[in-house]
Design a protein around this ligand. Structure first.
Ligand code: ZN
Length: 697
């Protein structure tokens, strides 16, 4: 009976595109449970009887994992683009079962022993590079998960993992609760002078949500307004509120989140750091930072510190200069008091307005989605010798706005496909933009299954039959996600676990995406994309120059801020000694004193809301943001060096980029991939130049 149901379940398909149009919430639980039970049977069998060879172990593992491409991956995708209560419930019902199974596979002692035997065996020399990487990455995953530990050590390891997982969840919940608990209600219209309309709307909406009974009397123009610590409220308020006391009040609330009372994260930070240190030691590392870097591109803590040092040296004078400019403007505009942290965003925004007097709304009519896509496909075609066309036939989809595109080689051979889901749908689609795998490249029964990826954005949906318009930021985001997509699509690797984005160390994963963003500032590329929706005119030169110049606006301060976060993260996970008497907040304050242009704000408890490193996956990994910027800037500099306006020169470099970064993906260590493309290891020179830090150069 159950099997009969299953055969009609769209989540048990095994070829073609996933039937998105047929998948409903009620399919999830039976399909996932069926797939899991089949996989469990196969795993049991494999664990008791395998030969330690590629065909005897790794191939069967791939076969066990394969059905999840059609059964689990579409579920995760639909959660992002077609969320509903029913879907969430079904997902929640089976989530633990899926996680438990995947842990079982990764932590299987039998498989681990088999992998070790392959690593040390006769066959190793004959495996290709991608196969070797699969084995090495799997071994590392398993070892970092404690598989090789025994007896008391293993018991303690599991205890630590359980405690850490609870502490991470508590930390994150405290930040969320503390963020939610704060609000500032504003009733006087004078206090909203200078606010952009969008802030008034957001703030009136927040007030309305909290006071649904008075909804009829609340309006964006007349108030009342509620300011919260959520970024869409907090940021524009700090940039536009002319009431300095209110700014200070809100700023204080922001930097002291989760630092006292029932949501106090201070003792959690201490516990997390101590447990992480112990975990690293159990696994044979000196510090948690060394454990973290063991599975990243950066060769070690000294390499990360070297990057910090070079960037600090170059950015510091610029940060100081930017600070002085802001102080001067504040002074001239009549602020008597010294510029403090809560004045920074406000006066910076005034300076930005003065220097680059254009708004997002002014640019929008120039960027029509179809033209932007054409421009994007053009530059991609030139660089990587491919062409992109929209699928005109039928294809399964989850929404009528979604389009399917085909990527072909110059001779017409199909290489890959991608779905583009361009517009915002607040009721069912999550915010932001992302690229995700739909189907990875893979060898199935001797033939290659071509990759399919998802590109999801949150652009404004068109009104009526007007063409959809984009902000410049949205254009940049599209290029960014397309960079990820290219790595997913132009891979030539058939071992699915290291094909495309898979298996790429995550401090290297933003290389192709940030690389693509650069082309938005390449005049011929950008100009070719613009056409004013009413006049048909391209973007005026003067506006282009302003866009370009604003890219480096206050980049010194922005860099210093990122460095401060990156450095405190490494310090806490590498040098910090919990028994030495110095607290994490003292370490943070000490760094702030050295790096910030401001006298540190004594009440600042930023670490208490630093979820990236205490609740997310960025522990001893926050540096990755800058690391990847170094890589992408350095890669783009290879194109600058040959002359951006020489088509043949960038085509030649483009082929090389395609053959290395895009084709190899996770099948080769990213340092080697980079060296294959660039002929040397990466350095910070290009990023410094792109950031505008050119003095003394
Ligand atoms: Zn990205």
């Amino acid at each position: 009976m159950e099997n009969q149901d299953i055969s009609h379940n769209p989540l048990t398909a095994s070829k073609g595109l996933p039937p998105f149009d047929q998948i409903a919430a009620e399919h999830i639980v039976p399909a996932v449970r069926y797939t899991l039970s089949e996989a469990q049977l196969k795993l049991n069998e494999l664990e008791t009887r395998y030969t330690p060879t590629w065909d005897g172990l790794l191939k069967p593992i791939t076969e066990i994992e394969a059905p999840f491409d059609y059964c689990w991956s579409p579920v995760l995708h639909l959660l992002g683009v077609k969320n509903s209560l029913e879907l969430r419930e079904a997902h929640e019902t089976v989530l633990t079962e899926v996680v438990t199974f995947s842990l079982k596979m990764r932590q299987s002692l039998a498989i681990y022993k088999g992998l070790r035997a392959i690593r040390e065996g006769e066959e190793w020399k004959r495996l290709n590079q991608a196969q070797k990487r699969v084995v090495e990455i799997s071994l590392k995953h398993a070892e970092h998960g404690g598989v090789a530990l025994e007896g008391e050590t293993k018991k303690r390891f599991i205890e630590i993992e359980t405690q850490l997982s609870q502490l991470n969840t508590d930390f994150s919940n405290h930040v969320l609760d503390a963020t939610k608990s704060f609000f500032l209600d504003i009733t006087s219209i004078t206090d909203t002078e200078g606010w952009p309309v969008s802030l008034k709307q957001v703030a009136a909406q927040s007030y309305k949500q909290a006071n649904p009974d008075n909804a009829a009397e609340i309006s964006a123009d007349g108030g009342p307004w509620r300011i919260t610590l959520d970024i869409p409220s907090f940021m524009p308020f700090m940039q536009h509120s002319r009431n300095r006391d209110q700014r200070k009040h809100v700023y204080h609330a922001y930097v002291t989140r989760a630092s006292s009372g029932e949501w106090d994260n201070q003792s959690l930070i201490d516990q997390i750091l101590v447990l992480r240190q112990e975990k690293a030691k159990l696994l044979g590392f000196n510090t948690y930072a060394e454990l973290s870097l063991d599975s990243k591109m950066a060769p070690g803590v000294p390499a990360v510190e070297k990057m910090f040092q070079e960037l600090t040296l170059a950015a510091t004078p610029y940060a100081k200069k930017e600070f002085n400019e802001v102080c001067k403007l504040a002074d001239k505009s009549g602020q008597v008091e010294d510029v403090k942290q809560w004045d920074w965003a406000f006066w910076s925004e005034r300076l930005r307005e003065k220097r680059f007097d254009y708004t997002d709304d002014e640019l929008r009519p120039y960027f029509q989605l179809p033209n932007v896509l054409n421009g994007l496909f053009n530059i991609v075609g030139n660089l990587f010798n491919v062409f992109v066309e929209m699928e005109s036939g039928d294809f399964p989809t989850w929404h009528p706005d979604v389009r399917l595109f085909r990527v072909r080689g110059q001779d017409g051979t199909l290489l890959a496909s991608f779905y583009l889901d361009p517009f915002t749908r607040p009721q069912e689609k999550r915010g932001g933009a992302w690229m995700g795998d739909c189907l990875n490249r893979k060898e199935v029964d001797g033939t290659v299954r071509l990759p399919v990826v998802h590109i999801c954005c949150n652009g404004t949906a068109p009104v009526g039959d007007k063409p959809p318009l984009m902000s410049f930021r949205e254009v940049e985001t599209l290029f960014h996600e397309f960079g990820h997509a290219l790595q997913g699509m132009l891979t030539t690797v058939n071992e699915t676990n290291v094909a495309g984005v898979n298996g790429v160390e995550w401090d290297a994963v933003e290389l192709p995406s940030q690389f693509m963003e650069n082309w938005c500032y390449h005049k011929p590329t950008l100009m070719a994309m613009t056409q004013h929706v009413e006049t048909g005119e391209p973007l005026p030169d003067e506006l282009f120059e302003k866009i370009k110049a604003s890219k480096t606006f206050q980049s010194g301060s922005a860099t210093m801020r990122q460095l401060q976060f990156g450095m405190v993260d490494i310090k806490l996970h590498h040098q910090y000694d919990p028994t030495a008497g110095e607290s994490p907040s003292e370490i943070y304050a000490d760094l702030a004193k050295k790096l910030s242009v401001f006298e540190p704000y004594a009440a600042d408890r930023f670490l208490c809301s630093f979820s990236h490193i205490f609740a997310g996956g960025y522990a001893a990994g926050y540096y990755s943001y800058k690391w990847a910027e170094v890589l992408s800037a350095d890669a783009f500099a290879a194109f600058e060096a040959v002359g951006l306006n020489s088509l043949t020169a960038i085509q030649e470099k483009g082929r090389k980029f395609r053959d290395t970064v895009l084709a190899l993906g996770g099948s080769v260590h990213p340092m080697d991939v980079f060296k294959q493309f660039r002929g040397r290891e990466p350095n910070t020179k290009a990023l410094l130049r792109h950031s505008g830090f050119t003095e003394g150069k």
